[in-house]
Design a protein around this ligand. Structure first.
Ligand code: 5AD
Ligand code: SF4
Length: 444
């Protein structure tokens, strides 16, 4: 391919999980450091980075159709880079299938984007899906910008090998970032305006490190340390594995007022046979016991989860057990998915793949149960007074949107600013959000 003019503007489009959102921000910072600027909303970009998700087939299809549709107003095709987990899993295939893609970069190699960009400008297509020994985090620029609610990747990769899941292959082995680096990045995010930090990891509660005195600490110790940052008001973490809910982390929910009363704890299925086939290494009973311990520490905790319907071999009776688990666990919200066979994972070749229409029907019933419980949780919140972190303007004039401690969206009318934390009485409940009344005038 011939040399091309160096791009001046970029857009990073992230799909999938919150870690991709984090990676997308970091790629943007890296490109900014290279002298590019973020394209304005709605304007053409010279370079488009598609930061992809491989977790389910639908996400993959969307990216290929996006690649085909990318055109600038004058009809030309921008410089396209594919990053994220599809890049990792299907790098060479993307290069072969989509000639308009000039760069493919995996989630552990995106700190090398500037070098690849130079290659692309010189007319050479480049693929980098290495899992290099050096850590991208050591090379990425310092954080300088943040909204009121920021993400911070503390742990990456997964060694659990659930039989349906691509993450151990696309994100690699479990690594914990060093304590000192995390405290430093959190400090910079707070300086840049973050009031809330969500600690991210595929197995975030398996994070392990050493504090400044060399003592072994877990996620509870990390949250304790971050709570010492005066301007940081809220700490969250996601996603946790039931087997890594340590006593210390559970106790932190009772002891650390900055740790928000919210727990995303995927269970996937309510059938012990299915859980075993999924290689989840917990049972329904052990999961419910974890919930009992968490609720003993923090009775008002809002529970979230992930579910997969139609895992190979799932019978109607086993699916009914999942519905019973929903009743027993009491979710404030949850995500649910149809099983999607992922190439290279053990479940993809298991006997008993479930017909799509059976999955559709089960998903509908599951979602009806989840929606019912979410609405009930919201209704039960009416009358409560809580802090709301103001995140953005609402649709109506004078309306603002923020989050309750239980991660509910709350809208209210008041004279406030983004980043304020205000005291709000929850007054009305909808299925997906609550309406509130400001109690105390917002502080300056
Ligand atoms: N099919 C459907 N859902 C999946 N998930 C992960 N892999 C698959 C798959 N192959 C879901 C799980 C996980 C969430 C992030 O995505 O519920 O917790
Ligand atoms: Fe995937 Fe299981 Fe690891 Fe979660 S714990 S990332 S579902 S393999």
């Amino acid at each position: 391919m011939p040399p091309i003019p160096a791009p001046q503007t970029y857009r990073v489009k992230s799909f999938g999980c919150q870690m991709n959102v984090y990676d997308g921000e970091r790629m943007g910072e890296l490109l900014t450091e290279q002298g590019l600027s973020a394209a304005a909303e709605g304007a053409d970009a010279d370079l488009v980075v598609l930061n992809t998700c491989h977790i389910r087939e639908k996400a993959v299809d969307r990216v290929y159709s996006d690649i085909g549709r990318l055109r600038r107003e004058d009809g030309s095709v921008p410089l396209i880079a594919v990053a994220g987990c599809i890049a990792q899993a299907e790098g060479e295939e993307i290069m072969a299938r989509a000639p308009s893609v000039k760069m493919v970069v995996g989630p552990q190699a995106y700190h090398r984007l500037p070098g690849m960009l130079a290659e692309a400008v010189a007319g050479r297509r480049a693929v980098d899906t290495d899992m290099p020994a050096e850590s991208k985090f050591d090379v990425l620029p310092r954080r300088r910008r943040s909204g009121p609610s920021a993400f911070l990747t503390v742990q990456e990769g997964c060694d659990k090998f659930c039989t349906y899941c691509v993450v151990p292959y696309t994100r690699g082995a479990e690594i914990s970032r060093p304590f000192a680096d995390l405290v430093e990045e959190a400090r910079r995010l707070v300086e840049a305006g973050a009031r809330e930090i969500t600690l991210l990891g595929q197995n975030v509660n398996a994070w392990a490190g050493e504090d400044e005195k060399g003592r072994a600490i877990g996620l509870d110790g990390l949250t304790r340390e971050l709570a010492a940052l005066p301007e940081l008001a809220r700490i969250r973490y996601t996603t946790s594995h039931p087997n890594d809910m340590t006593d210390g982390l559970i106790a932190a929910h009772a002891e650390n007022p900055k740790l928000m009363p919210f727990l995303h704890l995927p269970v996937q299925s309510g059938s012990d046979r299915v859980l075993k086939a999924m290689n989840r290494s917990h049972t329904v009973d052990s999961y419910l016991k974890v919930l009992d311990r968490v609720r003993a520490a923090r009775p008002d905790i809002a529970l979230s989860g992930d579910f997969i319907v139609g895992f190979p071999g799932e019978t109607e009776a086993e699916f009914a057990e999942t519905l019973s688990l929903i009743d027993a666990a009491g979710y404030a919200q949850a995500f649910s998915f149809k099983y999607s066979p992922r190439p290279g994972t053990p479940a993809a070749t298991m006997d008993g793949q479930i017909a799509p229409e059976v999955m559709d029907e089960r998903l509908q019933r599951l979602q009806a149960a989840i929606n019912r419980d979410q609405f009930a949780f919201n209704r039960a919140s009416v009358g409560r007074t809580c802090d709301v972190l103001v995140e953005r303007k609402g649709k109506l004039p004078g309306q603002w949107l923020g989050k309750s401690p239980w991660l509910q969206s709350v809208h209210f009318e008041a004279d406030v600013a983004i980043g304020d934390i205000v005291s709000v009485e929850l007054a009305t409940a909808g299925p997906n959000s609550l309406g509130g009344r400001l109690l105390v005038p917002a502080h300056a």
